[in-house]
Design a protein around this ligand. Structure first.
Ligand SMILES: *Cc1c(COP(=O)(O)O)cnc(C)c1O
Length: 371
C-alpha cells in the first residue's frame, strides 16, 4: 500500500470532536465560577457515579493509583500485612500495596478472562492476609462470587480494581458495587477518561468514605486541623466538569465498544488467533480488545508497518518486574500470565472507530498471520 491508513489504538481527539460544544461550555463555566478544588462539579460527579453504580458513597481523588493507596491506608493495611493481587494487571495494583508497606502476594490469571484465577486464591492466603484486590481486566469482570466467598470465610476486605471496567456487569450488578470498596481511574484512555489524571473510590462503607475524605486532604477533619497523616490527592474541578459531560455518554460508548468487538470477532476467524470472550456471568465493556497468538511479535511488526496502532498489555507479569523479581529459583512460576505476556496484543478499539477502519485492521491481521 503506497499510502497506508493511519489507525491509532485509541483516538481521544476524535472523541472530543463529537462532544466539543458541551466540553467547551463545561470548562468555561468552571473558569467563570473560579472554584478549582473540591467544588460543586466534584461533589456532583461523586453523587452521579455513586448513583450509577448503586453504592452509598464516592470519594474523588487525584488518580487511580491514589484511589488504591488511600483505600489500603483507610483500611489500616500496612507493614506485616499481605494483600493478594493478580500478577496479570497494571503495575499500580501492586505498587499501591507496596507503598503502604504491605506485601503483594501474586496469583496467576485465568487464561480466558485474563482475570485472577480463583482456583488459586485460597492457597495464596496466610494468617497475615488482610485483603484481596481482584482486577476487572481489559473491561471483563473478574469472577467475584468465589472471591467474595473466600473473603467472607477468611475475614478479608475485597477491594475491586475497577480502573478498566466502569460500566461492566457481573451477574446483573455493576463492577465496583461488589466488594467492600472499588477504585476507578479517569486516566484519559480509560473508558471514562478525563483530560488529565483523576480517580475515585466507591464504597457502601460510610466509615471508610469518611476516612478517605480526610486522607485526600492532609488528614484534615477541619481546615488546618489534621486528625491523621494524609495526602494531597484531589480531583480537579475542571476534570470533574469534563467527566460529568462524558459520564452522560458512558453507556452509549460502552455499547459501541461491544458492537465493534462483536464485529471483530465475527471477522477475525484466523487459525492460531485467540479472540477475547465473555464469561456467562459477565458483560465485558472492552476497555481493550486483546487478541492472542504465538506469532505476536510478527503481528505487531506488520500492523506497525501498515500504520495501525496496537499495544502490548503487558510485556511482563508483575512478579517478573524489577521491584518484584526474586533472584534465584525462589520466585513463583505463574505460567498463564508469563505466556500471556509473550502472546497478547491489543487492537484499535474506541467508540469512534468506523467500519472501514475496522475492516482495514482485520485485513492487516489476516495478512500478517497467513504470510
Ligand atoms: C490505569 C490503572 C490503574 C491506575 O490508574 P491511574 O489513574 O493511572 O493512576 C490501576 N489499575 C489498573 C488495572 C489500571 O488499568
Amino acid at each position: 500500500m503506497a499510502n497506508p491508513t493511519k489507525i491509532p489504538l485509541v483516538d481521544l481527539v476524535a472523541q472530543y470532536h463529537t462532544i466539543r460544544a458541551e466540553i467547551d461550555a463545561a470548562i468555561r463555566e468552571v473558569l467563570e465560577r473560579g472554584a478549582f478544588i473540591l467544588g460543586p462539579n466534584v461533589m456532583a460527579l461523586e453523587e452521579e457515579i455513586a448513583r450509577y453504580l448503586g453504592v452509598r458513597a464516592a470519594v474523588a481523588v487525584g488518580n487511580g493509583t491514589d484511589a488504591l493507596l488511600l483505600t489500603l491506608r483507610g483500611y489500616g493495611i500496612g507493614p506485616g500485612d499481605e494483600v493478594v493481587v493478580p500478577t496479570w494487571t497494571f503495575f499500580a495494583t501492586a505498587e499501591a500495596v507496596s507503598q503502604v508497606g504491605a506485601t503483594p502476594v501474586f496469583v496467576d490469571m485465568e487464561p480466558q478472562s485474563y482475570c485472577l484465577d480463583t482456583e488459586r486464591l485460597e492457597q495464596a492466603i496466610t494468617r497475615n492476609t488482610k485483603a484481596i484486590i481482584p482486577v476487572h481486566m481489559f473491561g471483563h469482570p473478574a469472577d467475584m462470587a468465589p472471591v467474595l466467598a473466600v473473603a467472607e470465610r477468611r475475614c478479608l476486605k475485597v477491594i475491586e480494581d475497577n480502573a478498566q471496567a466502569l460500566g461492566a456487569d457481573y451477574k446483573g450488578q455493576k463492577t465496583g458495587a461488589l466488594g467492600d470498596a472499588a477504585c476507578l481511574s479517569f486516566f484519559p484512555s480509560k473508558n471514562l477518561g478525563a483530560y488529565g489524571d483523576g480517580g475515585m473510590i466507591v464504597t457502601n462503607d460510610l466509615t471508610l468514605a469518611d476516612t478517605l475524605r480526610k486522607l485526600r486532604t492532609h488528614g484534615w477533619s477541619a481546615k488546618y486541623y489534621p486528625e491523621l497523616l494524609g495526602f494531597n490527592s484531589r480531583l480537579d474541578e475542571l476534570q470533574a466538569a469534563i467527566l460529568r459531560v462524558k459520564l452522560r455518554y458512558r453507556d452509549r460508548w460502552n455499547e459501541r465498544r461491544r458492537e465493534l468487538a462483536a464485529r471483530y470477532c465475527a471477522l477475525l476467524t484466523v487459525r492460531g488467533l485467540q479472540l477475547p470472550s465473555e464469561a456467562l456471568h459477565a458483560r465485558h465493556i472492552y476497555h481493550l480488545f486483546v487478541v492472542r497468538t504465538p506469532q505476536r511479535d510478527r503481528l505487531q511488526e506488520h500492523l506497525k508497518a501498515k500504520g495501525i496502532g496496537c499495544g502490548v498489555y503487558y510485556p511482563l507479569a508483575l512478579h517478573q518486574l524489577a521491584p518484584y523479581r526474586q533472584t534465584g529459583a525462589a520466585g513463583p512460576h505463574l505460567p498463564h500470565a508469563e505466556q500471556a505476556a509473550r502472546e497478547t496484543l491489543a487492537l484499535p478499539l474506541y467508540p469512534e472507530l468506523d467500519d472501514s477502519q475496522l475492516q482495514a485492521v482485520v485485513t492487516a491481521v489476516r495478512q500478517a498471520l497467513s504470510a
